[in-house]
Design a protein around this ligand. Structure first.
Ligand code: TYM
Length: 328
């Protein structure tokens, strides 16, 4: 069985982009893969975090994993900092990655706002991400398109180490969906939907109430043509909404075009509100059940123990191949 690893940062509310680009894949893959899903709290501290809020967000994201359908009987769910191998392997990989490679990362450029000095953790963030993946001999990494550059770097580091040391790592593949891999901001369809954008109407969070969902969708940027047609280049706003509609309702883009021929954006948006509210209602209900249950903590503790058991021999292999420690 192939092994899958992925992670989500515990920062802010998980939104439709995270769900349609990544979490949806997590649920699908667990049926016939060995899946490991992580809440990457060590990544979150690359930008300032309030400790109390961070702890809360860790449990929020863990609950959302379960609420969207990740099944702890099929998948391992755990918190990154509960497995020491991530930071440990991160260091070894830092010694096998170059500042030139990291300087090219577009997310670093965006997050550091091209400032001359930025936290080192923000700079080496993709190396920790590579450690997350390589620590489990991962074959497949389900993510949204925005992580492509990081996955390529992870592959480069793995290949480099395998070529210079003994074969140490499994070289993973990214897995990106055709539709949903890049959900755009509702207020500015040239930007990806993100947790950190100041305008709350730029995104739909999985826990938004129906009134907020309605407002965000009805306000969403479209264009003046008034025709529902999929054309991401010339009609990015409408195409983004069509993408969301298509995935949530399970209707093809062509069918949407046919169904809305002669109709305006108002009708289309009203239907999209209904589809979105109906799709998110069961997730919200399950979230409420799980979030404050003792079961959640047990699942995460059990997940950490199972993740550690897989990580330990891989870390020992790394130490052996690099000559670290006393050996066995
Ligand atoms: P994060 O927390 O920003 O996002 C979690 C997942 O959601 C996807 N995503 C999107 N997909 C489609 N449209 C969007 N607008 C959108 N925004 C986010 C992301 O691609 C991601 O799959 N660096 C990662 C977390 C991470 C990780 C890992 C992932 C750390 N270690 C190891 C995989 C494997 C991140 O910040 O994701």
């Amino acid at each position: 069985m192939k092994r899958v690893f992925s992670g989500v940062q515990p920062t802010g509310n998980i939104h439709l982009g995270n769900y349609l680009g990544a979490l949806r894949q997590f649920v699908e893959l667990q049926e016939d893969h060995e899946c490991i899903y992580c809440i990457v709290d060590e990544h979150a501290i690359t930008v300032p975090q309030d400790p109390k809020e961070l702890r809360k967000h860790i449990l929020d994201v863990a609950s959302l994993y379960l609420a969207v359908g990740v099944d702890p009987k099929k998948s391992i769910v755990f918190v990154q900092s509960d497995v020491p191998g991530h930071a440990e392997l991160g260091w070894v990989l830092n010694c096998n990655c170059y500042t030139g490679e990291l300087s090219r990362m577009t997310q670093f450029k965006a997050k550091s706002h091209n400032k001359e000095s930025a936290p080192t953790g923000l700079f080496t963030y993709p190396v920790l991400m590579a450690a997350d993946i390589l620590l489990y001999d991962t074959d497949i990494v389900p993510v949204g398109n925005d992580q492509k550059q990081h996955i390529e770097l992870c592959r480069d580091i793995a290949i480099r180490v395998n070529n210079t040391k003994k074969k140490t790592f499994v070289v993973p593949e990214g897995r990106y969906l055709k539709e949903g891999a890049r959900i755009m901001a509702l207020d500015d369809p040239t930007q990806k939907m993100s947790k950190s954008a100041p305008n709350i109407h730029s995104r739909i969070s999985l826990l938004d109430d129906p009134a907020k969902i309605k407002k965000s969708i009805m306000k969403a940027t479209t264009d003046s043509e008034g025709v529902i047609r999929f054309d991401p280049e010339n009609k990015p706003g409408v195409s983004n909404l069509m993408n969301i509609y298509s995935v949530l309702a399970g209707v093809s883009l062509e069918q949407i075009e046919k169904d809305y021929e002669g109709k305006g954006y108002g009708d289309f948006k009203k239907d999209l509100v209904e589809i979105t509210v109906n799709a998110l209602a069961p997730i919200k209900a399950r979230y409420e059940e799980i979030r404050y249950s003792d079961e959640l903590i047990d699942i995460l503790k059990d997940g950490a123990a199972r993740a550690n058991a897989i990580a330990k021999p891989v870390m020992q292999r790394v130490k052996d191949n690099f000559g670290l420690g006393l050996g066995r």
